[in-house]
Design a protein around this ligand. Sequence first.
Ligand code: SDX
Length: 376
Amino acid sequence: MVATPGVQRGLEDVVALESRICFIDGVRGRLIYQGYDIRDLAAQSTFEEVAYLLWYGRLPTAAQLADLKTRFGTLRTLPPPLVERIESMPLESTPMDVLRTSVSALALFEPDETKPGESSIGGAQRLTAALPTILGTFHRRRTGRAPLRARPELSQAAYLLYALLDRDPTELEARAVDVALILHADHELNASTFAARVTASTLSDLYSAVTSAVGTLKGPLHGGANERVMDLLNEIGTPELCETVVKDKLAKHERIMGFGHRVYKVEDPRATILREWSRKVGEAKGNLRYYELLRRVEEVVHREKGLYPNVDLYSGSIYSLLDLPHDLFTPIFAASRVAGWTAHVLEEYQDLRLIRPTAKYVGAVDLTYVPLAERG
Ligand code: SDX
């Protein structure tokens, strides 16, 4: 489509609002949450600390962190009628559809959190705690495993893996997922967060905003890319075929999933960290196949198109090494990003402005109405 003067397609480079939650330096490849560099947070913090940081604007004290962990443990349990609804969903359902439907259904049991504009950090904590349970409930049902137990003693990352794997994760597995959850927790006005803020800007409620966000994240140009990266690796098969398969796709103007970004003009700092975790977990599992293939894909795509990896390139390799099925990769992204979505919704409520851009009308004008009888 030809660019029209004055029209910023995809709102590219449009500054829509002011926010204190997240800063992306696309030129230097830096990502900041409430003032803290993602590299420090990934190296030294936990998802619980980062969620607290996003919601409150400061890192928690030990007592505040302990309280949040206790609340997550308590808030993980779903209303029994909702568990029944999830377990009755068609087993072949897409987990992102189950997630979207269940977040929306959960609102029916939590009327206080669905009053327009009155959602609270409590609602944010509830949703963040509940998403792994929604995913685990459905996944255990479709795989015929034992129902979930609350396990309040587990961290969010360990509980997510317990919920999906029906076993306790190793320390390395839990830490790898904890880092992935930290890295996916927020990313300024990405499409799904923007969808959440648009919903909140009408004074709609937190659950409606997160439902909007889940539906948006499902798209393969956004959160859905991590699942398709693994499809690409399976299609390539061996390192020797990498050059041919990737160049063939580029020649057909196909998008290589996990590469490129609307904001980063250099390597996504999250990809840098996830690449290292893909290697660590691959070494621990004695399987560097994914890591080595991805390094080859990186080399070809950068040489042929000058593109850099984004957050979605290596995350799937880590989840695959943990025996997680591909269709759970984007839901795991959502289980982290719900912290950012809810932080942005609450920020929107604090400085509310209905989000309503305009369109440049390029259709017909002044047409004469022809009565139906005369239209043949
Ligand atoms: C996420 O916004 C966020 O912050 C998102 C996210 C977050 O944390 O929330 O970071 C998460 O969504 C990461 C992105 C995951 N999606 C993918 O990996 C899908 C593959 N990537 C592309 O679809 C693309 O890079 C986008 C959608 C991510 C960004 O696209 P833009 O900014 O709209 O860029 P563009 O489509 O204008 O492309 C510019 C050029 C084009 O070349 P020409 O046609 O002009 O010659 O770069 C090419 C594109 O063809 N290009 C790619 C490519 N990405 C861009 N070519 C091949 N493969 C790619 N992946």
